[in-house]
Write a protein that binds this ligand. Sequence first.
Ligand code: RIB
Ligand code: CA
Length: 343
Amino acid sequence: MTSASTQNRQSTQPRKVIYDTDPGVDDAMALYFALAHPGIELVGITTTFGNVTVEQATVNALYLTQLSGHDIPVTCGVAKPWAMPGKPPPTFIHGDDGLGNLGQRQPAKRQRDPRSSAQFIVDMARAHPGEITLVPVGPLGNLALALKLEPELPKLIREVVLMGGTVIEPGNVSPVAEANIWNDPHAADLVFTAGWPLTMVGLDVTHQLILPGALFDDIAAHHRHPATDALRHAVAFYADFYSNLYAHVGAVRGCYGHDVLAFIRLVAPELFTTLNGRIRVTTDGIGQGQTMMHRRGDMFFVQPGWGDDCPVSTACLTVDAEAAKALFLNTLMSPWLPAAPKH
Ligand code: RIB
Ligand code: CA
């Protein structure tokens, strides 16, 4: 239990965050938001398979931070799901390279931290007990492996704010499942039952945040910087997919900023309404990847797995989307980018 003075100090200092990600275009948006926002101190980027292979995710995380001039440790994580065969990455959404097929890239200059993503998470949690927030926005294998490496991890981590799942909103890979959870349902169920403070930022809210492509044109025109140029290029590819899929998104040549909302939840929780309840994950069959939430007051169930052995999580149900969009734009338009190095 943290004292009032500690809580007060914690509330004024930037939040130390490990960003667990599968970049991925919305992952890239979220990364740059986190780097730009004064309330977030990114202390590490851990990669996973998902939108791309884990190798490509690692290359992209190193490249995005090279472009933005932020020397943050990047580790390579799990390459496939916990307990089932992997699937090919959705190149039709994020491009073959995961960043909208950037084509010409600057020569890679950064090296990854040699530790695995799971080991990095454990090392940082042990070094900074109670201070690290995990923001996973891809399949959850790194967190599941970290829990196996360090069973006390839930007591060492301040909280988990993850992009994934859905409660009421239909899924995006099946009527009931969201992609991150569906990609590794076994790992996800371990994460939802670990007992750390956990907030789920799912499709219930991320399908409310449509980011127009023009917003990234404005950010790129404002900064005239390789990082925001690359982001604008990546979003153009990603927005084409969503604009062709949903007419209301196409009306603004837009896209869903899924992963961005995990960080917006961290810095502006007042923009959300939430519901508390036990959450479990369906691990196989037609409902694979469904985040099942027990939404009634506590009662006894004959079915095991819904009692105190399943902790209560928080799920975001609504968001003030216009305020979130404005916060995203204002943050990305701020002077967060060091001068681009001459290469
Ligand atoms: O379902 C959306 C999620 O899947 C986002 O995290 C996106 O980046 C993909 O990983
Ligand atoms: Ca992602």
